[in-house]
Design a protein around this ligand. Structure first.
Ligand SMILES: C[S@@+](CC[C@H](N)C(=O)[O-])C[C@H]1O[C@@H](n2cnc3c(N)ncnc32)[C@H](O)[C@@H]1O
Ligand code: SF4
Length: 379
């Protein structure tokens, strides 16, 4: 097929489902509320796009959103069986699907497991109903508990997302949230600090003075607190906001953070192949039209220059416990003569380790990660 000609292989594939029950006021993901009547055409378009991709084998597949669990069971089954028949999955593959506790049920989770999904990532956000209301979530704390139990019964690996740093969230609230992982025996946690993204309702409310950032000191305390609490549960911080029992890390997300190539399909989905980053049409209607008309529904395609790759290598690498690889920096043209004196100064302050051909943040360095990263990166 002409559109696939010369498309390079990659080991990772991301599939986007942009629909949600309601738009959360803090979220700037490519997601849109309602439009149920469009779901079937969207799945058709997605599967057409997937058929044009190399068959694989893929090590990881990730269906994210939006809310993939919002699709009606029959449509979800069509999507999953279509993916299964068009794609080859490598032995030991990881196939994750995101789920919102407001639209999760045993039927959908069973369908996923039946088609080969082996990891579910649930957007829990908080275990306190008052904070879930503040976040505009469509589910209660009880719904999230039920969804986690159902997910655990359906697939071998389950992760839950939490958000910290909310204006009215005390350390007791966060402690109660973090206890969720122990209570359910989860092997993976994503704990994000609330960010006020331009274009979101929260961003506008902050501009009007109705919401305020918590202080930098309080943010640092919360990070410290979360890292201690989760490490106490055996969940190791393998990335600034991601924690796992050793061996249970998200291999898909590690692929992004290690700057591996990946394919993508769906509205607004971004693929990166051999230094070219391609973003598809963001609005699902335009995406569907473009694909059904035989096109690729590309919104923009850009070459990622060496300088940008280098910036990403520093920014993403320092977020990882494994750190940045010196040979990767050298391959991108950043010679040790530039950064080593800076790294050694930080090592004397106890903020980084330089060891085994890698630069890693220490625990003390992680608390001031942004400042350390800016200091080390080329200007
Ligand atoms: C695509 S959503 C996960 C699945 C599903 N859409 C849901 O919300 O349940 C990805 C995650 O990003 C996090 N997130 C989104 N916007 C955020 C923000 N502004 N600040 C912090 N975390 C955010 C949330 O924890 C959310 O679960
Ligand atoms: S946080 Fe999740 S459920 Fe809420 S709007 Fe964003 S993608 Fe949809």
């Amino acid at each position: 097929m002409a559109l696939t000609a010369g498309m390079p292989p990659a080991r990772h594939l991301y599939i986007h489902v942009p629909y949600c029950v309601a738009k959360c006021p803090y979220c700037d993901f490519n997601s849109i509320a309602g439009r149920d009547a469009e779901h079937a055409a969207y799945v058709t378009a997605l599967l057409i796009e997937v058929q044009r991709l190399p068959r694989g084998p893929y090590d990881t597949l990730f269906i994210g959103g939006g809310t993939p669990t919002l699709l009606a069971p029959a449509l979800l089954a069509r999507l999953l069986s279509g993916l299964r028949s068009h794609l080859d999955l490598a032995e030991g593959y990881e196939w994750t699907c995101e789920a919102n506790p407001g639209s999760s049920d045993a039927e959908r989770f069973a369908l996923m497991a039946e088609h080969g999904v082996n990891r579910l990532s649930l957007g829990v956000q908080s275990t306190q109903d008052r904070l879930l209301r503040f976040l505009g979530r469509v589910h209660s704390a009880h719904d999230a508990e039920v969804a986690i139990a159902l997910a655990k019964a359906a697939v071998p690996r389950v992760s839950a997302d939490l958000i910290m740093g909310l204006p009215d969230q005390g350390e007791d609230d966060l402690l109660a949230d973090l206890a969720l992982y122990r209570r359910h025996g989860l092997e993976h946690a994503s704990v994000y600090h609330l960010t006020y993204e331009p274009g979101t309702e929260f961003h506008a409310r902050r501009a009007r003075g109705e919401l305020a950032d918590i202080s930098v000191q309080q943010s640092r305390r919360l990070f410290d607190f979360a890292w201690d609490a989760l490490e106490g549960q055996g969940l190791v911080a393998y990335e600034t906001s991601n924690f796992a029992r050793p061996g249970q890390e998200s291999r898909h997300n590690l692929g992004y953070w290690r700057q591996r190539d990946y394919h993508a399909a769906g509205a607004g989905a971004v693929s990166t192949l051999e230094g070219v980053r391609t973003t598809r049409e963001k609005h699902p209607e335009r995406y569907i039209e473009g694909i059904l008309a035989g096109g690729a529904a590309i919104w923009k395609s850009e070459v990622i220059g060496r300088r940008e790759q280098l910036t990403e290598a520093w920014m993403l690498g320092l977020r990882l416990a494994e750190g940045v690889s010196v040979s990767r920096l050298e391959a991108l043209g950043d010679q040790a003569a530039r950064w080593r004196p800076l790294g050694e100064a930080l090592a004397r302050e106890g903020l980084v380790h330089l060891h085994d051909g890698r630069i890693r943040l220490t625990r003390a360095g992680r608390i001031v990660q942004d400042e350390v990263t800016v200091y080390l990166m080329p200007r």
